[in-house]
Design a protein around this ligand. Structure first.
Ligand SMILES: Cc1cc2nc3c(=O)[nH]c(=O)nc-3n(C[C@H](O)[C@H](O)[C@H](O)COP(=O)(O)OP(=O)(O)OC[C@H]3O[C@@H](n4cnc5c(N)ncnc54)[C@H](O)[C@@H]3O)c2cc1C
Length: 396
């Protein structure tokens, strides 16, 4: 496989870079650089800036308003986005549910949800997990009962990322009890501000508010919020998970973190005149992490080139999920070496830290380390991905 940059795409890279450095809202970029979390208005502003350019739904087919980029353009775009420190696109809308709408939705549903999802004006959350259903998702109990022209939704979703920024949520709900539990599950949408929806924030060990519990108490939604056929939700959700698991790669962001760690370790003495980079054990760990990113990049390109025709990445996406999340954890562990004893200071999300030196960087770096531990849990734990690889890729 030829991994060298394609000179024909250099003008495209230049255009993307210029957009991020001038047209894109620079106040958002500056806030992200401090490590502080964005407000809902700032998330919308960032995504609508990409949407106005036609670049938010970067992987959608042109027929549905995508930019018509090939794999290489998408790859360059993601690389430049992360290099410029632009917040990663909230995946629940354009990456996860958008392809479900244009693949399985009715014409009316496409008309209702595709434009706002594509231009960034609608925020989405993913309501799959429940307090007693995570890895064994098919055991979910959240219920949707048909009542005339409506469904009545009852139950609790948990670990719902970014639900505080969302206007809508897509849900897996049980519409019937079948012998094969996957068969009675349906895929339904709801506004987050419907009467009977309650959101409870969950603050995690990295000091951030990303997660939520979302409780539905007799919430009525129109029956045409059901996607596709009743009882087929499991099939649609599996299609979606292929996109979800491939989206973890984030090569550009990983390279940015590595060069940041290298710069911090090279800049400041850790005691006497010695710099952290002079420590052989640290230098070896840093090089190992850099090589892991190269290996990850080759695997991603191999898997993605197999789905050039626009299909779902499928079961091979599990390989990327494991590699990408383990590499993220390997990289962010280096922040602990950088932080050393300064890492004991608690990260305060409401204060904009000064990131210029390793002492100042310690608290946000350790927060990043803690945040990355969750990567091998969400999107289906890495143990579950290994089961998928054993059964469906290797046929064991
Ligand atoms: C930061 C974060 C964000 C998330 N965002 C969302 C979201 O937006 N929407 C959403 O719906 N969910 C979300 N989740 C939930 C996530 O998908 C679940 O946490 C995950 O699927 C695991 O489920 P669980 O937490 O119930 O753990 P469990 O399923 O109880 O698993 C506990 C442990 O047992 C292991 N295990 C379980 N079954 C097996 C098996 N068969 N073989 C081997 N090992 C097994 C697991 O690997 C794990 O180590 C998020 C989670 C986190 C941490």
């Amino acid at each position: 496989m030829d991994l060298s940059p394609n000179p024909a795409l250099e003008p495209f890279r230049k255009d993307v870079r210029e957009f991020f450095e001038s047209e894109y809202p620079q106040d958002i970029r500056a806030k992200v650089a401090t490590g502080a979390s964005l407000t809902t208005a700032e998330v919308r502003k960032s995504e609508m800036a990409l949407g106005a350019k036609g670049w938010l739904a970067s992987a959608w087919p042109q027929e549905y308003g995508g930019p018509g980029w090939g794999l290489e353009e998408q790859y360059i775009f993601d690389e430049e986005l992360e290099r410029a420190g632009i917040p990663t696109v909230t995946p629940m809308g354009v990456i996860y549910v958008g392809p479900i709408f244009y693949t399985f939705g009715s014409d009316a549903q496409k008309e209702k949800w595709l434009p706002g999802t594509r231009d960034g004006s609608l925020g989405w959350a993913q309501g799959y997990s429940e307090p007693d259903s995570g890895s064994d998702l098919a055991s979910l109990q959240f219920s949707a009962k048909r009542d005339g022209d409506e469904y009545v939704l009852n139950g609790t979703k948990i670990w719902t990322s970014a639900a505080q920024h969302a206007d809508w949520i897509f849900i897996l709900a049980r519409t019937s009890k079948e012998e094969k539990k996957q068969m009675g599950i349906s895929f339904i949408c709801s506004e987050m501000d419907r009467p009977g929806v309650t959101l409870k924030p969950i603050i995690t060990i990295d000091g951030k508010h990303v997660l939520n519990m979302v409780i539905f108490d007799d919430v009525r939604v129109p029956a045409d919020y059901l996607i596709g056929e009743e009882g087929k939700g499991w099939t649609y959700s599996q299609y979606l998970l292929g996109f979800e698991r491939t989206s973890y790669a984030r090569i550009g962001g990983k390279r940015k973190q590595l060069s940041h760690i290298r710069a911090l370790a090279t800049a400041e003495p850790t005691g006497g005149n010695r710099k952290l980079i002079d420590d052989d054990a640290f230098a070896r760990k840093l090089t190992d992490a850099e090589l892991a990113v190269d290996g990850l990049e080759m695997t991603v390109l191999r898997v993605l080139s197999a789905v050039k025709d626009g299909g779902s990445p499928g079961k091979e996406a599990s390989i990327i999920k494991i590699l990408a999340t383990e590499t993220a954890q390997q990289i962010t562990t280096l922040y602990l070496d950088v932080a050393a004893s300064h890492g004991q200071r608690k990260f305060d999300d409401s204060v904009s830290p000064d990131w210029t030196g390793h002492t100042a960087y310690a608290a946000p770096g350790v927060s990043t380390y803690f945040g990355a531990r969750a990567q091998s849990i969400y999107g289906g734990t890495n143990e579950i991905q290994k089961n998928i690889i054993a059964k469906r890729v290797l046929g064991l």
